[in-house]
Write a protein that binds this ligand. Structure first.
Ligand SMILES: *Cc1c(COP(=O)(O)O)cnc(C)c1O
Length: 391
C-alpha cells in the first residue's frame, strides 16, 4: 500500500495513514477510524479542528481577496503585523510562507545589520548542536544535525555550532565577525530541551556586550505552546530577532520574522521580499488566531492543563521506570525519553488510535492542540499505559 501511494511522490517521508478530516482534537482516516491527536500536525493546529470562528474568518477572506502580492497594503496584513509585534515585544514584522523562510529572513537581517557596521564583516553565525531550523539551504546550514546537512554541502559558510545550555561553549566561538547567535528557546526536533535560565540570560548579555543579534527560533515553542505567548517570556528577556510559524496560522501556511527597531531598520526596500508571504488569506488566519487566543485565554489554559499532564506523565514514568527514562518540556511541548525505539511507540499508538510524534532518536514528542481538555489527556494516558505495559 505504501509503495503505491508514493508512486508520484518523492519519497521523503515514511507515511502510512490517509487522514480525511478533523473534529475538535480528533482526526479521522479514510476508513473512518478515529484518532486522538497529540501531534497537531507538528505543533500547528493549536485551536484544534472545529473552531468555527477561525474557519469562518478564513472563508470570509477567500471571498474578499486571497492574494495581491506584497506590492500593496492590505488590512489583514496590517492587523496581523500589529498583533504579532505587540505579542512578541518586537517592533516590526516580515511575513513568510513557512518557518524555514522565517529563518532565512532572520539570518539575512542579522547579516545586513553587521554589514552596515562593517562592509568587511564575515557575517559569522553561531548555532547550536541538535538544533532544527528548517530545510532550505540557509536553515539547513544552521541546523545542528549532521545528517540533515551532509549530503547538501556546500552550505552557507561562517556557521559554527555550540553546545546547547553550555554558555562557555558559545563564548569560545564568538569572534569580531560574529553577527548572530541563533537558538530555539526550547529545542524541539532535537529532543525537547528547554533552555536553562542561566544560558538564555548569558546569551542575552553576550549579544549585548558584542552588539550581536540574538535570534530566538520560536517556530515550534511559540504561540502559546509553553504556556506563554512566546517561550522567552518565561525568562524575562527579549531577543533582537525572533521567528514564528507553525501555530501562527493554525494550519494556513504562514511564518514570520520580527525584530526590534535597531535591527529592523537595517533592511530597506529591495533587500528582501516574497510573492506570497503573508498574503491576505494567510494574514486573515493570523489575525483570527490572535483574536481567538485572547478570547479563550489559551496560554493560561495551557499552563493549567500542562501541570495536570506532567503530573500524570511523571506517575506513568514511575510505573515504567525501565522504559520511560525522563519526562521533560514546557507547557504542551512534552518529551518522553524512552529506552526502546521511539518510532515503535508511535506506530503502536497509531494502531490504538493515538497520534504521537517523535523527536531526536529516543524521545516521544507530545504536542497536542492547545485546546485539549483533561478527559482527552486521560484517554491519551490510558492508551500510553496500554502500550508501555505491552513492551
Ligand atoms: C518546524 C520548525 C522549523 C521549520 O519550519 P517549516 O515551516 O517546516 O519550514 C524551524 N524551526 C523550528 C524550531 C521548527 O520546529
Amino acid at each position: 500500500m505504501e509503495k503505491d501511494l508514493d508512486q508520484y511522490l518523492i519519497h521523503t517521508y515514511n507515511r502510512s495513514v490517509i487522514f480525511e478530516k478533523g473534529e475538535d482534537v480528533y482526526l479521522y482516516d479514510d476508513q473512518g477510524k478515529k484518532y486522538l491527536d497529540m501531534g497537531a500536525g507538528i505543533a500547528v493546529s493549536a485551536l484544534g479542528y472545529s473552531n468555527e470562528e477561525f474557519k469562518q474568518g478564513v472563508k470570509d477572506q477567500v471571498d474578499k481577496l486571497i492574494h495581491i502580492s506584497n506590492l500593496y497594503y492590505t488590512k489583514p496584513v496590517l492587523c496581523a503585523a500589529q498583533y504579532l509585534a505587540e505579542a512578541s515585544g518586537m517592533d516590526r514584522v516580515f511575513f513568510t510562507n513557512s518557518g524555514t523562510e522565517a529563518i532565512e529572513g532572520a539570518l539575512k537581517l542579522a547579516r545586513k545589520y553587521a554589514y552596515l557596521k562593517n562592509e568587511d564583516s564575515k557575517g559569522e553565525i553561531i548555532a547550536m548542536e541538535h538544533s532544527f531550523h528548517g530545510r532550505s539551504m540557509g536553515a539547513v546550514s544552521v541546523t545542528g544535525t549532521k545528517h540533515y546537512r551532509e549530503a547538501f554541502e556546500p552550505l552557507i559558510g561562517g556557521v559554527s555550532f555550540a553546545v546547547y545550555n553550555d554558555l562557555e561553549s558559545v563564548k569560545k566561538l564568538v569572534t569580531k565577525d560574529t553577527c548572530a547567535i541563533l537558538l530555539e528557546t526550547v529545542q524541539g526536533e532535537g529532543g525537547i530541551y528547554p533552555a536553562s535560565e542561566e544560558f538564555l540570560k548569558g546569551i542575552r548579555r553576550l549579544c549585548d556586550e558584542n552588539d550581536i543579534a540574538m535570534i530566538l527560533d520560536e517556530i515550534q515553542c511559540g504561540m502559546g505552546r509553553t504556556g506563554k505567548m512566546f517561550a522567552y517570556e518565561h525568562y524575562g528577556i527579549l531577543p533582537d530577532i525572533m521567528t514564528s510559524a507553525k501555530a501562527l496560522g493554525n494550519g494556513v501556511p504562514v511564518g514570520a520574522f520580527a525584530a526590534v527597531e535597531k535591527f529592523a531598520e537595517a533592511m530597506c526596500p529591495g533587500d528582501h521580499g516574497t510573492t506570497y508571504g503573508g498574503n491576505p488569506l494567510a494574514a486573515a488566519a493570523v489575525c483570527k488566531v490572535f483574536e481567538i487566543f485572547k478570547k479563550k485565554g489559551i496560554p493560561c489554559h495551557v499552563q493549567e492543563i500542562s501541570s495536570y499532564f506532567f503530573e500524570k506523565l511523571k506517575a506513568l514514568a514511575e510505573k515504567y521506570p525501565s522504559v520511560i527514562t525522563e519526562v521533560r518540556g514546557k507547557g504542551l511541548l512534552i518529551g518522553l525519553e524512552v529506552s526502546c525505539p521511539n518510532g515503535e511507540i508511535v506506530k503502536k499508538a497509531m494502531e490504538k488510535g493515538l497520534v504521537l510524534l517523535t523527536a531526536g532518536s529516543n524521545v516521544v514528542r507530545i504536542a497536542p492542540p492547545l485546546v485539549i481538555e483533561k478527559e482527552q489527556i486521560d484517554a491519551c494516558l490510558q492508551i500510553l499505559d496500554g502500550i508501555f505495559s505491552e513492551l
